[in-house]
Design a protein around this ligand. Structure first.
Ligand code: ARG
Length: 576
């Protein structure tokens, strides 16, 4: 597609004899389209030339020679040059690209770059909670979007499958295994054992000692302990897998914390050599105060066991060697801000290339709040994720029952709508914000929701079918070959065309900020733009030329919603 920004930069460059690329980087897309399709802020040039932005703007306007088949006109508004794209050109560019390319917006800008995304990462023998859901959904969307832009993307599920708590689990199991049937309801049963043994440890120093020994044995590869640990892990994974199936989550690696058990020695040895490792009350720590971090990082505890942080350091070393990453993203709640600050700072001592330490990024996100308050493990208000997803499906089904009782495959549709609603809700606001989880809001077909996106998509599909075409085949049919561009010049059609034209740019912004909500908001904009188009324009009219132009707008909207939703991990129903 023609790059309008570049074209504008060329026109300006010819007028002012400055570097085209630099000029291009200054060009903005105004929020309000009455200020043109693109704007050039002249204050950017004011410093060097010592003239006021208004004078520069008028100067450039005098000298600039536009090709009107690309840029229709330019206006000066208080120090800005506002450019208006030729409307027919906008339409023909979008039509050309849409018809050429099944995967509209797909690109290879990321070719040759490796992106590691660490996401989901639930803990073995503990419930998969709603915080892990956010990580799974945000990480999953980033994974798909980076891939679509040509990056080599590696998704890692850094399972919490290690640590002293497993020594306790083993002890509890030894003591009470006859009272439990782990196969039946694994996580609940294991949680129960864990809570019980924890209480016993508080009363009985000797039990605690046994637990510590168990973990030591596990680390040393004792067959019985390893076997039990494997069992806990398998049972947990089986339960997690059901959630991953509902969400359609995929990972390239399942190397969890335990994978690093034999890789921490090297980290400790390297840190030892830097001279920064200090003894403190029997533990080994690094003081990071001079780096502005007031809490030291603990590398080894006083009982000689390693820590979560040490395993993350070993993982950085391993991932730099194995994946040669350009970026390593950690999609983890903001509760771990301090942890990642410490780990990323300490990683600079590992002697790895700067490229790696610069590529580390904590993609943090806010809490999920129920209308009644925070969800947490400690206070016992945990909502189990599987229950939550099942409830979403049930509630979606109730809505569908009332709205469209005749619908076929109600269960399948309810699954797509219910899960889609939960996913979209997780992605619809800037990730760092706390999110309020409210059923009525997220399932509202008319709100800024997943179901609204799906509903608009389904509408575009049914209109196309009503026109006697098939959505899947229309791209290659003849009706789009000779679209009369003059019927795509009105403001409402242009709004949609411009949005579609910007799709690639939106995806790029998502990867620059690691913010999938940019795409969700965009999809809402597309759906709204279409709703207003649809309300003001009858699509299937007598006049074939007008009809075909409107069907194109309808098709293009549906297609963008379909691609965008699938990049977020949302599946589209055919009808709803
Ligand atoms: N298992 C951890 C938790 O539930 C998240 C792990 C995130 N990834 C990492 N490399 N630290 O809190």
């Amino acid at each position: 597609m023609l790059n309008f920004k570049k074209e504008i930069a060329k026109f300006i460059a010819n007028a002012v004899k400055l570097d085209e690329n630099e000029l291009e980087s200054y060009i903005e897309v105004p929020k309000d389209s009455t200020n043109g399709d693109y704007a050039f802020p002249c204050f950017r040039l004011a410093k060097e030339s010592k003239k006021s932005p208004v004078i520069i703007a008028n100067d450039i306007k005098e000298k600039i020679v536009l090709d009107e088949s690309i840029i229709e006109k330019v206006e000066v508004v208080s120090g800005y040059l506002n450019f208006y794209v030729n409307k027919q050109k906008m339409a023909s560019e979008v039509i050309g690209e849409m018809l050429k390319n099944e995967d509209y917006g797909k690109s290879n800008v990321g070719n040759g770059k490796n992106i590691v995304i660490d996401y989901s990462a639930p803990n073995i023998a503990k419930p998969f909670h709603i915080g892990h859901l956010r990580s799974t959904v945000i990480g999953g969307a980033l994974y798909k979007i980076y891939k679509y832009l040509g990056y080599n993307t590696i998704g890692i599920n850094h399972l919490g499958d290690y640590g002293t708590q497993f020594g306790k689990m083993i002890e509890g199991y030894k003591l009470w295994k006859d009272e439990y049937n782990l196969e039946k309801n694994p996580i609940d049963q294991m949680m129960d054992i864990y809570i019980r043994i924890n209480n016993l440890c508080k009363e009985d120093e000797k039990v605690l000692e046994n637990c510590r020994n168990n973990f030591k044995k596990l680390e040393d590869g004792d067959p019985y302990c390893v076997e039990l640990w494997e069992k806990f892990k398998q049972l947990s994974l089986k339960e997690f897998q059901r959630v991953y199936e509902l969400l359609d989550s995929k990972f390239d690696s399942w190397n969890g914390e335990a994978f690093y058990s034999d890789k921490m020695q090297e980290v400790i040895a390297i840190l030892e050599k830097t001279g920064k490792l200090e003894e403190s009350q029997g533990a080994k720590i690094i003081n990071l105060e001079d780096k502005g971090i007031n809490t030291p990082i603990i590398i080894k505890k006083s009982n000689d066991s390693t820590t979560y942080a040490t395993r993350d350091l070993a993982a950085i070393l391993y991932r730099s060697r194995t994946y040669d990453f350009d970026k390593a993203l950690y999609v983890v709640s903001y509760e771990q801000n301090l942890h990642f600050k410490q780990v990323f700072e300490t990683a600079k001592l590992l002697g790895i290339d700067e490229k790696y330490t610069k590529g580390l990024e904590h993609v943090s996100f806010g809490m999920v709040l129920l209308p009644t308050g925070k969800m947490s493990t400690r206070e016992g208000t945990v909502v189990k994720l599987e229950d939550l997803l099942d409830e979403a499906i049930q509630r979606a089904k109730t809505v569908i029952e009332t709205k469209n009782p005749e619908l076929e495959n109600k269960d399948e549709v309810a699954k797509k709508v219910g899960i889609g609603a939960v996913i979209f809700n997780d992605l619809s606001n800037s990730r760092i914000k706390d999110e309020i989880f409210d059923w009525n809001t997220i399932l509202n077909f008319q709100g800024e929701t997943g179901p609204y996106i799906q509903y608009t998509y389904v509408r575009t599909k049914s209109i196309i079918e009503k026109s006697g075409n098939k959505f899947e085949e229309i791209q290659n049919s003849d009706i789009f070959r000779n679209i009369k561009l003059e019927y795509l010049q009105d403001e409402e059609a242009q709004n949609i065309l411009k949005l579609i034209y910007n799709f690639e740019e939106i995806l790029k912004q998502v990867t620059e900020k690691n913010e999938p909500s940019i795409l969700s908001r965009y999809l809402i904009d597309v759906a709204k733009a279409y709703s207003s188009y649809y309300n003001n324009n009858k699509i299937i009219v007598e006049d074939t030329d007008i009809k075909n132009a409107r069907i194109f707008i309808t098709y293009a909207t549906g297609k963008i919603l379909e691609i965008g939703a699938s990049l977020l991990g949302i599946k589209m129903p055919d009808k709803m």
